[in-house]
Write a protein that binds this ligand. Structure first.
Ligand code: PMP
Length: 364
């Protein structure tokens, strides 16, 4: 019998958290690390850190609250000032949540190619979403945000350059991993990068606290910006001066913009990862589907892609090896994307057969 399907002898109970929260923002972080019971190769301990448990359902809630609160502390963000950011979605959703909770107006620029539910979620959370042409890619939405910020004197969130990004992952994500594996074996952590905040924050802390731990970084097989070894040309503020020549449009939303972010550059220069492994978007989608159907864990394409690499590492590992994969967000954020396209909206043959197996209530 699979480890996860053993019948429990006792009924489940819960105790409550024994506290109340003053704000939704206080529920960010402390996401659960969950064992993979059915998909892991025999003898290998495989875990995922499910960032979908954040209140805005992604890892970017951490970054969003960090950007706003660091800027409140150092005075660069004025009370009531409008905040602007270029984002493929999760950062925008996180920022919209934080801005709603703290009372700041938010404007988000986003390429039209990203999923429609992301726009609607931001609007639901009170933000304004300005779309930019697909053909201009990540640079287009970034340049539009910069233009608007300069023209209107808005606060530029700057997720790709801000020090508040890696800092929050060092202060929260990395500490949580250390606590969850305290006194236990942990051989490898697998993550991808969008801004690079996750890998930079993890690298800063885990390199020192657990020097034997391997960090595996992944990027899309058809957009190997880091793997190409070609340096990013930057402006004086560290932003991209031009798009990176190794970039190609890829299906792993939230990963690898068309430039190497300054935040990620710290991880590259500091040698924060031991291995760089490319992953095909199709494999990522396949593993996201398997995680959902075989483990009950809903994650997006980037989570599936991270998990694909974790499985690759797991299959080549000795028994007893322990691996952790970061799952940045929930699969529910991809309903309108290819992740869900192989699911019929009507009935499959198997479903029709079940329907026909009893006489009543049949579809015409
Ligand atoms: N996956 C998804 C779905 C994301 O939205 C992001 C953030 N853009 C990432 C992965 C990567 O995280 P980071 O920016 O910390 O590198």
């Amino acid at each position: 019998m699979d480890k996860g399907s053993e019948t429990s002898a006792q009924a489940r109970t819960t105790e409550g958290l024994g506290r109340t929260y003053d704000s939704v923002l206080d529920t960010i972080g402390n996401t659960p690390t969950i064992r993979i019971n059915h998909l892991a190769p025999d003898g290998v301990e495989l875990f995922v850190k499910a960032e979908a448990f954040n209140p805005g359902a992604s890892v970017k809630d951490r970054l969003a609250v960090s950007i706003i609160e660091e800027a409140e502390r150092d005075g660069t963000l004025k009370p009531g000032q409008t905040i602007i950011e270029a984002t493929s979605g999760n950062t925008g959703i996180g920022l919209a949540m934080v801005c709603a909770a703290k009372g700041y107006p938010l404007v988000v620029t986003m390429a039209e190619s990203f999923s429609v539910e992301r726009r609607q979620l931001m609007r639901m959370l009170g933000a304004k979403v300005v779309l930019t042409p697909k053909a201009l890619g990540g640079t287009g939405m970034y340049m539009k945000a910069l233009e608007l910020a300069e023209a209107h004197g808005w606060f530029w969130a700057g997720q790709f350059e801000t020090a508040a990004n890696a800092k929050i992952h060092a202060n929260t994500t990395a500490r949580e991993i250390l606590a969850d594996f305290d006194g236990r074996r942990l051989d490898t952590v697998v993550t991808g990068y969008g801004t690079g905040g996750t890998v930079a924050g993890l690298g800063r802390v885990l390199r020192e606290a657990r020097p034997d731990l391997k960090i595996v970084l992944s990027e899309p097989a058809n957009a190997q910006l880091v793997g190409s070894g070609i340096p990013q040309e930057r402006t004086a503020s560290g932003g991209p001066a031009v798009g990176h020549p190794a970039f190609e449009a890829h299906p792993i939303q939230g990963w690898t913009p068309n430039f190497i972010p300054l935040v990620l550059q710290e991880a590259i220069d500091g040698g924060y990862y031991d291995e760089l492994r490319p992953v095909a978007g199709a494999d990522g989608m396949d593993w996201a589907r398997q995680l959902a159907a075989k483990e009950g864990i809903l994650t997006g394409v980037s989570g599936g892609s991270t998990f694909a690499i974790a499985m690759e590492v797991a299959k080549a590992s000795d028994p007893g090896t322990t691996i952790l994969a970061m799952l940045p967000d929930t699969g529910e954020r991809y309903l309108s994307t290819p992740l869900f396209e192989n699911l019929p909206t009507g009935m499959s043959d198997a479903e029709a057969e079940i329907a026909a197996s009893t006489p009543g209530y049949q579809m015409e």
